[in-house]
Design a protein around this ligand. Structure first.
Ligand SMILES: [Zn+2]
Length: 160
């Protein structure tokens, strides 16, 4: 499965978890994680869908962005009616933008997010094998031994 195919699958299978007004351009940058983490994110979507359905909140919360940052899986979820006309879809959603009030659903979403991102810390983003956080020349990546070696080799070849 290519990255585009994975994104298309998520977009269709979990349509209620994303803002229907997202343009194709927004979708192009919405999910940027490597294939090793795809099953974890799919699992998150499955759980989030269940939580929203159970609490009759389907369509009230949207996933805004899924990315790797400092080697960690980051999933940004926001309440659906939340709109800021002064920012565009590519902006990284900062954590000081809070929804009006914490709710039980928000707590549940926070818990499943922590579980999934916690698991990602031990899974290679490239291949899904067991991995851990590595640092190379100030760059961070969660990867397995093999992909760490490949990463180092790529770095070395660029320097020579
Ligand atoms: Zn790997």
């Amino acid at each position: 499965m290519t990255h585009d195919e994975f994104v298309a699958y998520i977009r269709e299978r979990y349509a209620t978890l994303f803002d229907p007004t997202n343009s194709d351009e927004v979708w192009r940058y919405l999910i940027t994680i490597g294939p090793g983490w795809w099953p974890l994110f799919t699992d998150f979507c499955e759980q989030m869908e269940g939580v929203l359905r159970h609490h009759d909140k389907t369509g009230r919360w949207y996933i805004r962005q899924v990315k790797e940052k400092f080697g960690e899986l980051r999933i940004y979820v926001r309440p659906a009616p939340y709109e800021r006309p002064d920012v565009d879809g590519f902006m990284e959603w900062v954590d000081d933008i809070d929804p009006p009030e914490p709710t039980h659903v928000e707590e549940m979403l926070g818990i499943i997010k922590q579980q999934v991102t916690g698991r990602a810390a031990h899974v290679c983003e490239d291949c899904g094998e067991p991995g851990e956080l590595r640092v190379l020349d100030g760059w961070y990546s969660t990867c397995c031994d093999r992909h760490f070696e490949e990463w180092k080799a790529r770095k070395a070849s660029r320097k020579s």
